[in-house]
Design a protein around this ligand. Structure first.
Ligand SMILES: [Zn+2]
Ligand SMILES: [Zn+2]
Length: 717
């Protein structure tokens, strides 16, 4: 029979109430009360403490203590653990209650005369009202506090717990405790100074909060070597949630950098970089939507703050917030350029993409708020499709595409659709082009070509080169001589300058290589000789855009060593055949390059040219002279034969043959009678035969020679 049966307070700790009843009845320990109530020893310090037995012992109805019981029946009829009616779940493996190691705020107990259920929570390590740490041991005997003690503020050793020294609690810890107090007591919470997300925390079920606060605390201490006792974990959780959301961001950064430092698990996705953290806090089904506020902030951190990865679309849950950090492709989409173009800009230093090396690959994180990026300006005006835009500017589609891709054409106006051009951007480009060309009169411009024709008709090989012409013009590398109107077709260039530009550009694009035609001119030979020289390895072969080419270096090297005989022949006013024979005479080495048709093309080493010239002088061209002699003799023979056949007399001057008349009749120079003894003999012999009147036939050539008629033969002058 209990003498005193004080009524419990609505928010009183159940074990605290048993202790208070025990103390009121003067017992040394609540053991007596519990035993009297018929509570088994095994149930005494458990959440399963049967309040109906206790109520009976106190002379009250069985459910009188239900509101402070640690267990009850849930909405679905299942048995569950509770604290002041807040469900704690069907199991207490996470040890939410201080069933064996109580702690109290001695000030609160002294002021109120009972222990609030708030202090039953393991996570409670400070008093929100007195902003102090709790008493969990006796300063006199040094023992941990026990529920089996004489009084609320009296230790087993008899010492007063009111005298135990307590410390001031950090602000964020005290304020986190205030939120917990408010949650348990279903009260509102006053705004604090630590900047906790009080509203979000208050919306959480108690059980979820008790489960997750230690996780949050733990993740804030991943780098700490100190002991992770409950006090430290709770304090770390308070710090992580203070200065919301900056404190949380600091924790996430620490987690993220740990993950990045682990090179063995290099990952790109945000979700993967924070894998363990994410799994523990957000993949836990039992948490449900309670932590969605924390998860949302986590995702927001990934979108706007982290910058080391891109948030996986799956995490967004359909929320298409304008993310700051996006994939390369997403930024390209926003800027309305191709991902390849964006990458090129990155490589050219026009903007910076964060490179994230992953296993065997490099991924990119794009910062949409990078200083290098000009945000697209929304603008009124029409959007033109590719062809219409090209027609609007009067340039080819390929050139326009390339101007856009290379960034020469600035895209500053956001397009509704990805494909297309904003008229404002097209106008801006045209205005930039026009501004560089002064207005001139259109009469008598000379040999000019306009920009439209240049882009449309010149063979640049690639649209890149085409766009390159515009770039060169914008950069002042090639200048317009002026413009006749406000269109690209009015911007005039010197045709000569453009031709030079195009040819240079093409050769530059081919890496300075040359076509066979050009090489043939340079080595003073023919294109198929160039091909043979390539086959034989005297010239190298460069794969050009349309054909095999030769490098300039290779041509220079060949030219420095060899000279073509045909080239030398035209220089020396000779023939390559004669030079070749001189080489043979002088025993000069000749490089004979086979041709598909005809005789091989001869080259000699340049160092032998001087020798060849000496040979040329030593052995002057003899062939024409020899040919003349033969022809002259033949002519005279024919003349004499005809004379005899006709029975005509040999022209005479006195008694001697008239050499002048004979020479004229033969069509030969009279001088040959003095130089060529054979002719003198022929004529003298004929005259002698006439004089002798003999029938001795004249010396004749073969019948074939008679076919040469008329007697006057065309002879080389
Ligand atoms: Zn207190
Ligand atoms: Zn003690």
């Amino acid at each position: 029979m209990l003498v005193r049966t004080p009524t419990h307070k609505p928010t009183e700790s159940l074990l605290g109430y048993v202790l208070r009843v025990s103390e009121a009845n003067g017992y040394e320990s609540p053991w007596h009360v519990l035993t009297y109530a018929g509570v088994d020893q095994g149930e005494m310090r458990t959440a399963g403490l049967p309040t109906s037995k206790l109520a009976a012992a106190l002379g009250r109805v069985p459910d009188a203590l239900d509101e402070i019981s640690y267990c009850g029946v849930g909405e679905a009829g299942q048995r569950e653990f509770r604290l002041l009616g807040h469900p704690l779940g069907r199991a207490l493996k996470y040890s939410p209650l201080r069933l064996k190691r109580p702690a109290i705020c001695s000030h609160c107990v002294a002021e109120h005369g009972y222990i609030d259920a708030f202090f039953d929570l393991s996570i409670v390590t400070a008093c929100p009202y007195h902003r102090c740490t709790l008493v969990d041991h006796c300063s006199t005997c040094g023992e941990a506090l026990s529920w089996f003690r004489p009084g609320l503020l009296t230790c087993k050793c008899g010492a007063s717990l009111a005298d135990v020294e307590i410390e001031q609690a950090p602000t964020e810890l005290a304020e986190l405790m205030a939120v917990l107090w408010a949650l348990i007591h279903r009260e509102a919470v006053k705004g604090g100074q630590a900047g906790l997300p009080a509203r979000q925390l208050l919306n959480m079920p108690l059980r979820s909060l008790l489960l997750n606060l230690p996780y949050i605390g733990h993740w804030n201490r991943v780098d700490s070597d100190n002991e992770n006792n409950a006090d430290a974990i709770t304090q770390a959780a308070a710090e992580a949630l203070s200065d919301w959301p900056n404190g949380f961001h600091r924790v996430l950064r620490r987690i993220g950098h740990r993950s990045l430092a682990d090179k063995s698990s290099a990952v790109y996705g945000f979700r993967k970089q924070f894998g363990q953290f994410y799994n523990q806090l957000f993949s836990n089904n039992s948490c449900g939507p309670d932590l969605s506020w924390l998860r949302d902030e986590f995702v927001r951190f990934g979108l706007m703050e982290w910058g080391e990865s891109v948030v996986d679309p799956k995490l967004l849950r359909g929320d298409t917030t304008n993310a700051r950090y996006v994939t390369k492709n997403e930024l390209a989409r926003q800027l309305d350029v191709s991902p390849a173009t964006l990458l090129k800009w990155h490589r050219d230093g026009l903007l910076t993409l964060k490179e994230v090396p992953t296993k065997g690959d490099i991924r990119y994180v794009a910062d949409t708020q990078s200083d290098g990026l000009q945000a697209p300006i929304p603008a009124e005006g029409s959007v033109l499709r590719m062809r219409a835009a090209a027609a609007y500017l009067r340039i080819p589609v390929s050139a326009l595409n390339h101007l856009k891709a290379t960034g020469l054409m600035e895209i500053r106006h956001r397009l509704k659709q990805r494909q297309g051009f904003h008229q404002a951007d097209l106008d801006a480009l045209r205005n930039r082009l026009i501004a560089l060309s002064p207005v001139i009169q259109s009469d008598d411009l000379g040999d000019v070509v306009d920009l439209e024709r240049i882009l449309r008709e010149y063979r640049f090989h690639t649209s890149a080169l085409k766009a390159g012409f515009v770039a060169a013009y914008l950069a002042g590398e090639i200048q317009s001589i002026g413009r006749t109107d406000d269109t690209l077709a009015g911007i005039m260039f010197s045709a000569q300058a453009v031709a030079t530009y195009v040819s240079d550009a093409r050769s530059k694009e081919a890496g300075g290589s040359l076509t066979c035609q050009v090489v043939a001119k340079l080595i003073r030979s023919e294109p198929h000789v160039v091909a043979s020289l390539q086959k034989l390895g005297y010239l190298d072969t460069v794969k050009g855009r349309e054909s095999l080419r030769v490098s300039q270096e290779s041509v220079d090297a060949f030219n420095a060593r060899y000279a073509s005989l045909s080239g030398l022949a035209s220089e020396l006013g000779s023939s390559s055949k004669r030079l070749l024979s001189l080489c043979n005479r002088g025993d000069l080495a000749v490089l004979s390059i086979p041709r598909s048709q005809g005789s091989p093309a001869p080259f000699i080493e340049r160092e032998n040219i001087a020798t060849l010239q000496t040979l040329s002088q030593k052995f002057p061209a003899r062939k024409p002279k020899a040919m003349d002699e033969t022809r002259t003799v033949t002519a005279v023979k024919l003349y004499l034969t005809n004379l005899k056949a006709l029975g005509a007399p040999l022209p005479r001057c006195g008694n001697k043959p008239n050499r002048r008349a004979i020479a004229m009749a033969c069509g030969i120079d009279r001088g040959v009678f003095y130089n060529n003894q054979e002719i003198s003999h022929l004529v003298d012999a004929y005259a002698a035969s006439e004089d002798a009147g003999t029938d001795k036939p004249a010396p004749l050539l073969g019948t074939d020679a008679l076919a040469h008629n008329p007697a006057r033969l065309p002879l080389a002058a």
